[in-house]
Each structure stands twice: as C-alpha cells, then as structure tokens.
Design a protein around this ligand. Structure first.
Ligand code: FAD
Length: 437
C-alpha cells in the first residue's frame, strides 16, 4: 500500500467535487481533487435552481457566486403553439431561496473550485484517474498526468464526482440502464440574444415543438445579452430534421415561432454541439471506502435543470458523513446518504416522466390552478424536491395523475379560462392541505 498522504481524494472538479472538497477542507481534512481537464472549461448545465443556493452557502461558496454578477433567475416561462405561461419560484410553497442565477459554467465551475482551494483543498489539473481499488480503510486510485507519468494515490476515502466520466460506475461495474428513453441535445451559445425584450431575462424559457410534444427547447439568458439555446428530443426524431447538428438545430429553431422570433439575427459564438446518452444510473451510490456524487451516480434529464442541484445536494449530504467516518464514527451510507438523496431524485423523475408523457405539459399550459397547488409545483421546479411536507414530493405520481386528469377534463369541457375556481381543483387543493396537516 502507498503512503496515505490525503484523507480524501475527490475525482473531478465540477460542482459536486468542488462543494464536497470545500466542505471537507473547511473541516480540516486533507483533500486532494484530481481533475482531468484544465479550468476554465466549457460545460453544459447553465440554469441553476434556487435550492442550490443553500448548498453553496453550506460549502462556503455562495459569496463568490454572488460577487460574480451572473444573470439573476426567478422562474421558468413556457411556450407552446403561441400559448405562454410562467412559474415564479418566489411564490413557492417551501421556505428558502426563491431566486438563483443562470451561469456560464466555465466561469461558475472555475469559481467553485477556486473557492475549494481557498478553503484548503489541493487541486491537480490535467490528471486522469485510470484505476481504482476499493477498500474500507485505504482505497487507492491510479492516476496519469498529461506527460504520461503514472502514480498510485492512497487515501482514507474517495469521492467520485467525475460526472459524465462515470469513473467508479465503470471501474466498479455499477452501471445500470437509466430509466429514461435515450435522447439527444443540440446546443450553442449566442450573442445579441434574445433579440428583443419581450422575454423576461430572469426566466429560463422552455418551448415545445408545435407538431411533436416530445421535442423541447431551452433559452437561458446570460448577462451581456448572451444566451444558451438548445433543443432536446429522441435521437431519431431529431435526426429527421437535417444532415448535420447545426442544420438540425437551425431547422428546429425555425419550426418554433417564439424561438424563431427571439433568435432572429442573434449570432452564434460556438459551433452547435450534439450530446447523446447522458441519462445514466448505477446499482448503488456507495461501496467500501467510496461514494458517488452528482452525475457520477445518476443523471435523469435536463428538462427541469435539476443536475447541478442534485450534484450539490449529494455533496452536501456526503461531506459531513465522510468527516464523521474519518473521525471514527460508523456511517450507514444507505440510510444516511443513498436513500435520502434518491428520494428527491424520485420526485424529479416523477416530474420528468410526467413532462414526456404529456401530463405535466397539460398542467403547465392549462391549469390556472388555486395558488396553493401552483406554489407546490413551483417548489419542486425550484429544486425543493426533498421537502416531504409538500404532497407533490411525498406522493408525486398520485398528485400529478389527479391534477393532470382534472386539467384535461376541464380543458375539454370548459377551456382553460374556467379552470381557476372549479370544484375539483379546489377540492384537490383542500385535500392536499389536509394531507399536509
Ligand atoms: P461535472 O460537472 O460533469 O464534472 C465532472 C468533472 O470530472 C469534469 O470536470 C471532468 O473533466 C472530470 N472527470 C471526468 N472523468 C475524470 C477522470 N477519469 N479523472 C479525473 N477527472 C475526471 N443541470 C442544471 O443544473 N441546469 C441545467 O440547465 C442543465 N442543463 C443540461 C443540459 C443538458 C443537455 C445536459 C446533458 C445536462 C444538463 N444539466 C443541467 C446537468 C449538468 O450538466 C450536470 O448535472 C452537472 O454538471 C453535474 O455536475 P457534476 O459535478 O456531477 O459533474
């Protein structure tokens, strides 16, 4: 065994790795982060959720994010066939932050890892993890740098925050099928976008293809009139729209009137990129001497911008447990980490499934629901997916089924304008209040 010169090795310097490293270093642990790329580096995943903010605060990283002058975000707007609606996170049911930011990830991730270094973590860039040996007390990782120099590092605990690198999922044979259909995303950055002020820059805009509800769009405004714009759909359905990623992206933008209007004349600043097969899952999130954080464990789908929130949540749950275990306590990783983390992921999964099978689109575009129902849905979309006092967390699928069925029935019989004070929605609102009390 090599000499143990680090308490914790963190694989990957994205949001999950940076937040975990910052917290553990602040507790006095000797932390080494190994990152294969060099920062700043591009990453997709630019629209944060308000729930992130408290996790950044716990990691001592919020101040630096607040100082960055990112584009503020207070909600999500939706558009389909000329219909527009919006959800304001500040009207959410769960207490806590109601606003957050839309961030260029190259800058954001750089800031977070600099913050972890300021708190005492050591960071090595250009270093790739190639092998791993699990062990309760002295797990080991093999790394190689860009000159080909290989080393074995021994620690007392390893946190895998390698994101799409999925280092331990591969090396420990933990991969299992993601329970999502395989989809592809096409995206780029633009300047002079959106071209007019008719879109509220403090909201992400989600659009739906007029003829294919399985294809959706994002527009994430950044500061300085820049924006990220992407399209997501099942791979084959996207491929039908052009021969190259850029041609497909443009044809799909041209097909959606609101996006076409907001992008007319905007200038791309990056080539259109295509990303497939990003949804992933693992059989378990921990093993002897290691834990998987963020995307290195499970990634659902980008539609509700939950990725960074789940990554930060996982770091926030794991770091104090690692500290306890290194201090000599026994940690029940299933009960104290995996189950609580997966609970919120299941809430997001219920919402993602309901988006793609149409139930959530029915709710979002038709339900002028009582404000207490709206505020509960707003809380989930703001990232408060772990608040069990919200019936849309404790019984997500049942409540989404009931609400979608009511909205659908009433949209057919009355039209959207009459939904607000109808008996069924009111009684659903009453019963979810009772369920809570
Ligand atoms: P990452 O940010 O991926 O960081 C992992 C790091 O590990 C990387 O820097 C990588 O270089 C490093 N690494 C990998 N392998 C190795 C290795 N072998 N050795 C050393 N280092 C290694 N999330 C949101 O919150 N909002 C959004 O709007 C959003 N939009 C998205 C759109 C799309 C199309 C997709 C696919 C995802 C989106 N996401 C979004 C999800 C978001 O990108 C991820 O959830 C988030 O980046 C996960 O953070 P992380 O820290 O787990 O991993």
């Amino acid at each position: 065994m090599g000499e143990v010169d680090h308490d914790v090795i963190v694989i990957g310097a994205g949001p999950a790795g940076a937040a975990a490293a910052a917290r553990l270093a602040a507790c006095g642990r000797r932390v080494l982060v190994v990152e294969r790329s060099h920062f700043p580096r591009f990453s997709i995943g630019e629209s944060l959720l308000p729930q992130c903010m408290s996790h950044l605060e716990e990691a001592g990283l919020l101040e630096s994010v607040l100082a960055a002058d990112y584009q503020p975000k207070n909600g999500a707007a939706f558009t389909r066939n000329g219909l527009e609606t919006a959800i304001d996170f500040r009207e959410k049911f769960t207490p806590g932050w109601g606003t957050t930011f839309q961030v260029e990830r190259a800058d954001f991730d750089h800031r977070l890892i600099d913050g972890a270094r300021d708190q005492g973590a050591e960071i090595e860039f250009g270093v790739t993890v190639t092998a791993f040996r699990a062990d309760d007390d002295h797990p080991q990782v093999d790394v190689v740098d860009e000159s080909g120099n290989a080393r074995t590092l021994t620690a007392r605990f390893v946190l895998d925050a390698s994101g799409y690198g999925r280092v331990l999922a591969r090396l420990e044979h933990l991969e299992r099928d993601a329970r999502q259909d395989p989809r592809t995303a096409l995206f780029t950055h633009l300047e002079a976008c959106p071209v007019d002020s008719s879109h509220d820059r403090e909201k992400i805009l989600i659009g739906v293809h007029p003829d294919d509800a399985g294809i959706w769009y994002w527009l994430i405004p950044f500061r300085h009139q820049r924006a990220s714009v992407g399209v997501v759909g099942e791979t084959e359905r996207l491929e039908a729209h052009g021969a190259t990623p850029a041609a497909r992206w443009q044809a799909l933008i041209d097909a959606e009137p609101r996006f076409r209007q907001l992008l007319e004349g905007a200038r791309p600043t990056r080539p259109v990129e295509e990303l497939s097969g990003y949804s992933a899952d693992v059989t378990r999130l921990h093993g002897p001497g290691y834990v998987l954080l963020g995307n290195a464990g499970e990634f659902l789908d980008p539609v509700f911008s939950s990725g960074v929130t789940i990554a930060l949540r996982s770091a926030s749950l794991a770091a104090p447990l690692v500290d306890r275990q290194l201090g000599g306590d026994t940690v029940d990783w299933d009960a104290e980490f995996e189950q609580p983390l997966r609970e919120g992921i299941e809430t997001f999964r219920a919402f993602v499934d309901a988006w793609y099978d149409g139930r959530l689109q029915t709710i979002i575009f038709h339900a002028d629901a009582p404000s207490d129902i709206k505020s509960r849905i707003s809380a989930i979309l703001a990232g408060y997916a772990w608040d069990r006092s919200n019936p849309f967390v404790s019984a997500s699928r049942r409540h989404l089924d009931t609400l979608a069925a009511i909205c659908k029935r009433q949209a057919v019989s009355d039209g959207p304008a009459d939904i607000a004070n109808t008996d069924s929605l009111q009684s659903m609102s009453d019963s979810s209040t009772e369920a809570r009390s």
